[in-house]
Write a protein that binds this ligand. Structure first.
Ligand code: 13P
Length: 246
């Protein structure tokens, strides 16, 4: 009922040549009809190149962030409608790196979530606890607060129409992945919190996903795909993860 989705977050990597080559390899490796949906999120400056290269291929385009403003005097920002105009379908909001390095709060993330949906992008809402919060046993409380902030601002039914990415901070870029059971516990908690609408919501796991561990994650009932960082920069690894989601 839920179509699995694998999203590559390229973060601050690559130049035009790298982007064009990686996309060519991905397109060659993902021809035809597939059960799983594949999304790549290059940097803003490479979105146009990526959109043109992908054309009508079955690989979708996503952004790594989006402004919470629709338009106006906001130097440096990129709006959801600008992204939509480039053929972008998805936008990551609230990634832990944006929360940590740029001080994004739950409230700002909620505004970005709404701005994305208002411009017909599907927001990919990232939530996750720190190592300390997990040690303290407050993981579900932290995740609950992050989701509640968006629900309070946008209404609970709108969250269910987005994609939710559970990315424990201690697993992002560390090579230390959560166990499938740890991830499943949080995914199940998130889905339950969404109520009846949550049966169709895709909840993906992110944090040190590789070809060798993807399969065991995807085998869990509430894990509907992955948000991949490092391994998304190598076509063969990323394609292997995508195939594991089918
Ligand atoms: P890694 O896969 O490199 O751990 O990154 C995960 C991530 O942050 C994806 O958004």
């Amino acid at each position: 009922m839920r179509r699995q989705i694998v999203i590559g977050n390229w973060k601050l990597h690559g130049d035009q040549q790298f982007v064009a080559e990686l996309l060519r390899e991905l397109m060659n490796g993902w021809i035809g009809v597939h059960q799983a949906e594949v999304v790549v999120c290059p940097s803003f400056v490479h979105m146009d190149l990526a959109g043109r290269t992908l054309g009508h291929s079955n690989i979708m385009l996503g952004a790594q962030d989006v402004s919470h403003f629709a338009e106006g005097a906001y130097t440096g920002d990129v709006s959801a409608s600008m992204l939509h105009d480039l053929g972008c379908h998805y936008a990551i909001v609230g990634h832990s790196e944006r929360r940590r390095h740029y001080g994004e709060t739950n409230e700002l993330v909620a505004k970005k979530f709404q701005a994305a949906q208002d411009a017909r992008l599907v927001p990919i809402l990232c939530v996750g606890e720190s190592a300390k919060e997990r040690e303290q046993g407050i993981t579900l409380e932290v995740i609950g607060r992050q989701l509640q902030a968006v629900a309070d601002y946008c209404g609970a039914e709108r969250i269910a129409r987005g994609v939710i990415a559970y990315e424990p901070l201690w697993a992002v870029g560390t090579g230390k992945i959560a166990s499938p059971e740890q991830a499943q516990e949080v995914h199940e908690f998130i889905r339950r919190g969404l109520g009846p609408a949550g049966v169709v919501t895709r909840i993906v796991y992110g944090g040190s996903v590789t070809p060798s561990n993807a399969q065991s994650m995807f085998a869990m009932p509430d894990i509907d795909g992955a948000l991949v960082g490092g391994a998304a920069l190598r076509a063969s690894d990323f394609l292997e993860i995508c195939r594991a989601a089918e």
